[in-house]
Design a protein around this ligand. Structure first.
Ligand SMILES: [Zn+2]
Ligand SMILES: [Zn+2]
Length: 349
C-alpha cells in the first residue's frame, strides 16, 4: 500500500473507533449499522435509475420515475427541479451528452460536468423570479446521474457532506480554493475510490457496490453532531440497568480496545518490555501462561473519557499497560483510579 493510502486507512479505522466510543458499542458492531439505511436505498434505487439513464433512446419519464425514488434527490426542492428538468424536451439531449460522452480523463470529465451544470440553468435550475441559479442542486443532479451510470467512478455529491467526511479523515478533498462543481464531483469520486482501497473498508464491508456503500456512510455521517447513533444499534448488553456512570465507563473500556493507536502503543511497549508487565503489579501474561499469554496486555486510558473534549486526540503517553485484574480494580465501582493509587495499595499489603 502506498503511504497516503496507509494513512487514509489509519484515519478511517480511527474514525470507526471514535464512532464505536460515541455509540458505546463494540467496534465490530459499527460497520453493520453505519450508513445502513442510506446504503440500502442506493442498492434499491440505483440499478433501475442507471438502466434508465443509459437506455437508448433515452426515455425521460423513466429517468424521472426511477431517479425520483432515490433519497439523494429526495429533498423537496431538488425533486421539484428534477421533475421540471425531466419534463423539458431539451433535457434528454443534455443527459445523453453527459453520460455518453463523458471523458475518461479526470480534468476533462470535470469540464464536461461543468458544461452539464451550466446547461441546467435553462432547464429548471434557475429561479425565474429571483434569477438565482441553483448550481448546487444542478451539481447534485449531475452527480446522481453519473453515479447511476458509472457506479465505480462517482458518488452522489453534496458539498458539505463530503467536505465534513473528508475532514473527519484528515483528507484534503479539493486542490484549489474555489473548485467548480465538476472538479468537486470528480474529487469526491476519487476520495471514495481511495477509501474503497483501504484494508479497513475491505474487511468491514466485503460485499456490495463499494462506492454506494461509501456514499451511504458519508451521508449518514453528516448531521449536526456527526453521525447519529443508529436506532437499531445494540444497547449496552453488559449492563442491564446502567446509569450515566456506567455509560461513561463503558465508553472508556470500548475506547481502550478500539483504535489503531492502541496497537501502536502495544508495539512500543513490547520493544521496551518484551514481557509486557503490568504497570501496577508487574504481572506478565507471557510468563504465567506461556504461549497463549504472549503479547497480551490491556490498555488503560489514564485520562477518564468524560474529561476529554470532543475531538481531542489520545496520545500513547496517556495509556498505561495493565493486567486484567488491576484493570478491573482500577474501574471497580465505576471509578477510574490512578495507577499510583493501586501501586500504593499493593505495597502496603
Ligand atoms: Zn496488575
Ligand atoms: Zn481503563
Amino acid at each position: 500500500m502506498p503511504d497516503s493510502l496507509e494513512k487514509l486507512n489509519e484515519e478511517f479505522s480511527d474514525w470507526l473507533g471514535r464512532l464505536a466510543v460515541e455509540w458505546a458499542i463494540p467496534l465490530e458492531d459499527v460497520s453493520p449499522h453505519l450508513g445502513k439505511e442510506e446504503i440500502a436505498d442506493r442498492v434499491k434505487c440505483y440499478p433501475a435509475f442507471g438502466q434508465a439513464v443509459r437506455q437508448s433512446p433515452i426515455n425521460m419519464s423513466d429517468v424521472e420515475g426511477t431517479g425520483g425514488e432515490c433519497w439523494a434527490l429526495g429533498e423537496r426542492f431538488d425533486r421539484i427541479r428534477f421533475r421540471e428538468f425531466c419534463s423539458n424536451p431539451d433535457s434528454a439531449d443534455v443527459v445523453v451528452s453527459l453520460v455518453a460522452h463523458l471523458p475518461s480523463d479526470d480534468d476533462e470529465a470535470a469540464q464536461h460536468i461543468d458544461t452539464f451544470v451550466e446547461n441546467c440553468r435553462s432547464l429548471g435550475y434557475q429561479d425565474p423570479k429571483t434569477d438565482g441559479f441553483n448550481a448546487s442542486s444542478a451539481g447534485l443532479l449531475a452527480s446522481t446521474l453519473l453515479t447511476a451510470a458509472f457506479p465505480k467512478r462517482f458518488v452522489d455529491f453534496r458539498q458539505t457532506r463530503w467536505k465534513e467526511f473528508a475532514d473527519e479523515l484528515s483528507y484534503r478533498l479539493f486542490e484549489t480554493e474555489s473548485p467548480s462543481y465538476g472538479e468537486m464531483i470528480v474529487a469526491a469520486g476519487t476520495f471514495a475510490q481511495k477509501i474503497c482501497g483501504t484494508e479497513t473498508f475491505q474487511q468491514s464491508w466485503p460485499a456490495g457496490e463499494p462506492l454506494w456503500t461509501i456514499a451511504g456512510i458519508c451521508w449518514h455521517a453528516h448531521s449536526e453532531s456527526g453521525a447519529d447513533r443508529p436506532k437499531d444499534a445494540p444497547l449496552f448488553p453488559y449492563e442491564e440497568d446502567f446509569d450515566e456512570g456506567a455509560l461513561v465507563l463503558r465508553k472508556h473500556l470500548i475506547q481502550e480496545r478500539n483504535t489503531s493507536l492502541i496497537q501502536q502503543a502495544k508495539d512500543m511497549w513490547r520493544e521496551a518490555d518484551p514481557q509486557l508487565r503490568c504497570d501496577v503489579c508487574q504481572f506478565s501474561f507471557a510468563e504465567r501462561y506461556g504461549e497463549i499469554g504472549e503479547g497480551y496486555i490491556e490498555a488503560h486510558h489514564t485520562k477518564p473519557i468524560s474529561t476529554l473534549k470532543d475531538g481531542s486526540r489520545t496520545r500513547i503517553s496517556d495509556l498505561a499497560k495493565v493486567c486484567a485484574n488491576c484493570h478491573r480494580m482500577i474501574h471497580a465501582d465505576g471509578e477510574c483510579r490512578e495507577i499510583e493509587e493501586l501501586r500504593e495499595l499493593l505495597r502496603s499489603e
